[in-house]
Design a protein around this ligand. Structure first.
Ligand SMILES: NC(=[NH2+])NCCC[C@H](N)C(=O)O
Length: 224
C-alpha cells in the first residue's frame, strides 16, 4: 500500500495532543486515519513543533501536515492545501470579568504559539498588544492560569474547549475572521506540486463527508 507520513504538533487538543501513553490523538488524527483507510494507504504520525511543520514538509521529512492549520495565502506560497476540512475563526480568552473588548488588551500580555496565524495577526495588526510566544498552547494556558499572561489567542473551536474545562476563563469580545490572516478554514498541507496526493486527499475528504464519517469524528472530539 501507499505510505503517507503525517506530521502534527500535538499541543492543540482536541485537534491533536498526546495521551497518557504518549500517542498522538485527536480530531485531526482520526480524520487522517479515516482518510488513509479510504485511500487504502498506510499512514504514520509524528509530533513536531508547529513552526517546524512547513519547513520539514519541504525537506521531505514527511508527506503531509495535519495540525489545525489555517489555509492562508502566505502558507500557500510554500505548500499546497486540500479543501478546508474544518471552519475556523479566532478569539482571545482571559480571566472572567477582566476584559469585555479586544481594545482593552492594549499593553497586556497575550500568549500565542510560535508560527501560528494568531501570532502573526497580533504582531502585524495589533502591535499595541504584547504578543508572548510559546512553544505550545498548553504552556500558554498554564501561564494564563498562574497569572503570567492576561490572555491567550487561539482558534475558536479549540478555545471553546478550554472554556468548558476552565470555569474562571471567558472569551473577550467578538470572533475574529480576518481572511487575510486566518484564511479560509483548516486544511491538510502537502509539498507544492504533489498533485497526486492532494487529489487523493481531496476525493477522500468528499467521501468521508458524504458517508457520515467526518460527522462521527466531529461528534467524538467536539461533542454537541
Ligand atoms: N497543532 C497546533 N498547535 N496548531 C496550531 C494552529 C494555529 C492556527 N490555526 C494556525 O494555523 O496557525
Amino acid at each position: 500500500a501507499e505510505k503517507i507520513r503525517f506530521a502534527s504538533s500535538a499541543t492543540y487538543p482536541p485537534f491533536e495532543s498526546l495521551d497518557h501513553d504518549n500517542q498522538i490523538v485527536g480530531f485531526d488524527i482520526d480524520l487522517a486515519k479515516a482518510l488513509c483507510q479510504q485511500m487504502k494507504a498506510d499512514c504514520t504520525f509524528t509530533n513536531n513543533a508547529f513552526d517546524s511543520l512547513i519547513p520539514s514538509l519541504k525537506f521531505r521529512r514527511y508527506d503531509a501536515v495535519i495540525s489545525g492549520m489555517d489555509i492562508t495565502a502566505d502558507r500557500s506560497k510554500q505548500v499546497d492545501f486540500t479543501q478546508p476540512y474544518y471552519a475556523n475563526s479566532a478569539i482571545v480568552i482571559a480571566h472572567k470579568g477582566q476584559f469585555t473588548d479586544f481594545s482593552q488588551l492594549k499593553g497586556k500580555r497575550v500568549g500565542v504559539e510560535n508560527g501560528t496565524t494568531h501570532q502573526k495577526y497580533l504582531l502585524e495588526k495589533h502591535p499595541e498588544v504584547i504578543a508572548v510566544a510559546y512553544d505550545s498552547y498548553q504552556n500558554a494556558i498554564l501561564d494564563l492560569k498562574n497569572g503570567r499572561l492576561n490572555g491567550v489567542f487561539g482558534d475558536t473551536a479549540v478555545v471553546n474547549q478550554w472554556l468548558k474545562a476552565n470555569d474562571d476563563l471567558s472569551a473577550v469580545g467578538e470572533h475574529i475572521t480576518d481572511t487575510d490572516f486566518f484564511g479560509t478554514g483548516l486544511g491538510i498541507a502537502v509539498r507544492k506540486g504533489n498533485a497526486p496526493l492532494l487529489n487523493e486527499l481531496n476525493s477522500a475528504l468528499v467521501a468521508l463527508k458524504a458517508n457520515g464519517t467526518w460527522q462521527q469524528i466531529n461528534q467524538k472530539w467536539f461533542p454537541e
